[in-house]
Design a binder for this molecule. Structure first.
Ligand code: ZN
Length: 89
């Protein structure tokens, strides 16, 4: 054990909620939003959420990311949570 409780990933780090934060023009940005904006070639709106398809918040490959509206995203997570409860039973 090296006793490090956070690690650096390139110029970024992991925030308290488990998202990868990178610095874009010295502004802290969630990496998944940055990756998606590059892919879409436009800025994301505040109400657009970038969802991690496999549930891994630091897996920011474009194929793991999906843009959803806030309400769609909330509904999806309710469904996913129910499914994981069924699996765990
Ligand atoms: Zn999500």
């Amino acid at each position: 054990m090296k006793g490090k409780n956070h690690w650096n990933w390139k110029s970024g780090h992991i925030d308290k909620r488990g998202y990868k934060i990178i610095y874009v023009n010295s502004k802290p940005t969630r990496e998944q939003r940055f990756v998606m904006e590059k892919y879409l070639k436009r800025a994301l709106k505040k109400r657009e959420i970038v969802h991690h398809i496999n549930g891994n918040k630091i897996d920011n490959r474009i194929e793991n990311l999906k843009v959803m509206s806030n309400s769609e995203h909330r509904k999806l997570h309710i469904i996913l949570e129910k499914q994981s409860k069924i699996k765990n039973n």
